[in-house]
Write a protein that binds this ligand. Structure first.
Ligand code: ZN
Length: 344
């Protein structure tokens, strides 16, 4: 994933500010003087529900399992083997698997053999939630000074999102009571094959997120619709914070608010912070734009270094040592709560 240009972002925020001041003006004009507004307090009382417990330990193990294959770089043995392993895992855990195999051209002309894995649960339910992560590893650790042309383990970037969805699937499949809504997990391929800085030649649009672009243009079921989607990317680092990312806030602010409020209720407000962050080109951008499904991104935002991403990002430090089971649990339990609270 990459940060969308600052220029564009500034323009967006300017136009949002103009819109806001216009609407405040209209509101003031339409108010009658000396009339006190009626205050309404809506107290949200949620019924108690029992949800399956998400295990941080087993999710951590699923990161290890992926890392053990080696970097899951497209066109490699590790990629193929891990793809087979993931497919089998979800089938064993109650999912209906569709393998979407396709060829895509990388920024340097390489033909990539890619495979999106789509796993459906409760396929009869018309109302569906889409959960996604990318399962490929970036072919180069191009933010690292040492060996920038070699891939990292991709423990957090790729591995963590998949591991959360694996444990979510296991926990729900093992539970007696299932969510009322249907849900689909899509593991996108080729997300992280974007053009690196060291590649000579002009900047190429759309070199990232190859799997989500392909799926958005060729859905596994032409009539597929989801009520909304949640993408996970880099959701396993110790003390990770997730901000309200720009693309998510422009396309699906109410989903962001619902997810953040749900996390806070569960006691995970230390991870899901009420801070707005710049827009990111990640799989959710194409799902919003091309597939017209409102989708948000839960992606780590590191406030301290001004780089958006954590210091391990696209370096060889992205290994199992950055992963913390408490962060995986915070994200996974929040998603389970969302699914079980969603009404038909
Ligand atoms: Zn990445």
């Amino acid at each position: 994933m990459e940060l969308i240009g600052h220029m564009k972002n500034n323009m967006n925020s300017i136009s949002i500010k103009i819109l806001l001041s216009l609407s405040i003006g209209i509101f003031l004009l339409s108010c009658e003087p000396n009339k006190k507004p009626v205050e309404k307090t809506v107290v949200e009382s949620l019924p108690n529900i029992v949800t399956p417990a998400f295990s941080g330990d087993s999710s951590y193990k699923y990161v290890q399992d992926q890392v053990a294959f080696g970097p899951r770089v497209p066109n490699t043995k590790a990629h193929k083997e891990c793809g087979d392993f993931l497919g089998k895992f979800f089938m064993k855990n109650g999912g209906f698997l569709t393998r979407q195999e396709f060829t895509a051209k990388a920024f340097d002309g390489t033909e990539l053999k890619l495979k999106n894995l789509i796993i459906s649960y409760n396929h009869k339910a018309a109302k569906r939630i889409l959960l996604a992560a990318h399962w490929d590893t970036r072919p180069f650790a191009d933010q690292d000074k040492a060996n920038p042309k070699e891939p990292s383990d991709g423990a957090n970037d790729g591995g963590s999102g998949v591991a959360v969805l694996m444990e979510l699937a296991r926990a729900i499949n093992a539970a007696e009571k299932k969510p009322d809504v249907g849900f689909d997990i899509i593991l996108f391929d080729g997300e992280d094959y974007g053009q690196p800085m060291f590649y000579p030649g002009p900047y190429q649009e759309d070199s990232w997120c190859l799997g989500s672009q392909h799926w958005a243009n060729h859905k596994h079921n032409v009539n597929y619709r989801a009520y909304y989607g949640v993408l996970l990317d880099m959701v396993g680092a110790k003390n990770a914070t997730f901000a309200r990312e720009g693309v998510s806030m422009s396309y699906a602010p109410s989903i962001v608010n619902n997810v953040w409020a749900t996390a806070e209720r569960l006691g995970y407000g230390n991870h899901f912070i009420r801070v707005d962050s710049d827009p990111i080109t990640d799989d959710h951008a194409y799902i919003n734009k091309l597939a017209m499904i409102p989708m948000i991104d839960i992606i780590e935002y590191e406030m301290s270094d001004g780089n958006y991403f954590g210091s391990y990002w696209h370096t060889h430090d992205d290994n199992i040592n950055v992963i913390d089971k408490n962060t995986l649990k915070a994200v996974g339990q929040t998603l389970i709560e969302l699914l079980y609270r969603e009404k038909l």
